[in-house]
Design a binder for this molecule. Structure first.
Ligand code: DAH
Length: 364
């Protein structure tokens, strides 16, 4: 025991000296390992306790524990001192030059698609529409069959639509997966999952195999659907006229409805807005020319039936348009392809200041 007491005292003196002399954190850590690490000297002594007499073991163990705690405390104190010293040195040598001019920073902008979608949401929300969503990966049933597309319809061809491999877990039309070619799919999902009255808009990505100045393989649409007992064509016209006047911010914007065809509406129409193309430019709301902006119609009785609704009880209207197209028209963007090139110069030019974006109170 006397030996041990001496060894402990020696270790204490030795390590106290080493710790006090440590000048950096790494050196200090080496000392900690040498004393208290798995193979450290104090740890080593601890391991010999088992061979001692019970009485001596108790005393020696207690003394070793005290030593261990003392050394650990000394290391911690030295560590704090070294850290403080390092910080003081840093503070003394490093200085921020607050007279330097500000580094030019790139300012982020809201993409015109996001801006336009928010404007659309705000306009239709005021008319009582809620926003519905559906998946980009759809199946043949929701994209075509339920919307009254006959089996051989050209839109169903591989050439226009991006088909995915058949889903082995599903059967029939549900197994035929594709990237939705329009947002009309969500009409079906809404009518099959909720009871009328229904008043929804749907915005999102759509896909077709096309690429030129006015077509990209991925683009965005907004869809609208209203179903109730007495909804009629007059509601359709009033709703879309109000929308166009509000969106283009022209109170007396002329609109006209031209008969058209879509498999899922009857009657179907296309809506044009008045414009002028004089001098090569496009001016919305002036002149005597017309510009098509959307497709619409009364929901076809077959579509209602496909969704479990009785056409003698319910009817309604739907519409669909391209988000890029109406963004291009409102904000004078000439080429659709540039929307998706991720060119920050384009975004600096056509994007919107997040803290000062146009809204319906301030105007465009
Ligand atoms: N789905 C049509 C398209 O992609 C757009 C459309 C037209 C949607 C008429 C409608 C509608 O809901 O009634 O070209």
């Amino acid at each position: 025991m006397a030996d041990m007491t001496q060894t402990i005292a020696q270790l204490k003196t030795e390590f106290t000296g080493l710790i006090g002399a440590a000048t950096d954190l790494r050196g200090l850590d080496d000392i900690r390992v040498a004393a208290l690490g798995k193979n450290g000297r104090i740890t080593g002594l601890m391991k010999t306790l088992g061979q001692l007499d019970p009485q001596i073991r108790k005393e020696t163990g207690a003394a070793l524990n005290v030593l261990k705690d003392e050394i650990a405390a000394l290391i911690e104190k030295q560590e704090r001192a070294l850290k403080k010293q390092a910080l003081d040195e840093k503070l003394a040598t490093e200085r921020a030059d607050i007279t330097l001019s500000v580094r030019p920073e790139r300012k982020g902008h809201i993409h015109p698609i996001s801006q336009t979608m928010e404007e659309l949401t705000s306009i239709f929300a005021d008319m009582g529409f809620t926003v519905a969503e559906g998946p980009d990966i759809e199946d043949d049933f929701h994209n075509f069959t339920a919307l009254n597309f006959p089996p051989g319809h050209p839109a169903r061809e591989m050439h226009d639509t991006f088909y995915l491999p058949d889903d082995p877990d599903e059967k029939g039309e549900a197994a035929k997966k594709l990237l939705r070619t329009h947002t009309s799919t969500v009409q079906i999902r809404a009518m099959r999952s909720q009871k009328p009255p229904i008043r929804i808009i749907v915005m999102g990505r759509t896909y077709r195999s096309d690429y030129d100045m006015t077509h990209t393989p991925m683009f965005h649409q907004i869809e609208g659907l209203v179903i109730d007992r007495n909804t009629h064509m007059g509601h359709l016209k009033g709703c879309l006229m109000d929308f166009a006047r509000s969106y283009f911010e022209v109170n007396d914007l002329p609109v006209r409805f031209r008969p058209s065809f879509f498999p899922f509406t009857e009657p179907s129409a296309e809506m044009d807005i008045g414009c002028s193309r004089e001098g090569g430019g496009l001016k919305i709301g002036a002149g005597s020319d017309w510009l098509e902006i959307l497709g619409c119609g009364m929901v076809h009785p077959n579509v209602l039936k496909n969704c479990g609704l009785n056409p003698d009880e319910y009817q309604g209207f739907a519409f669909g348009m391209g988000v890029e197209r109406i963004a291009m028209l409102k904000y004078g963007i000439p080429d659709l392809r540039t929307f998706f090139e991720s060119d920050v110069r384009w975004l600096d030019h056509y994007g919107f200041d997040p803290l000062n974006r146009p809204n319906r109170a301030t105007g465009g």
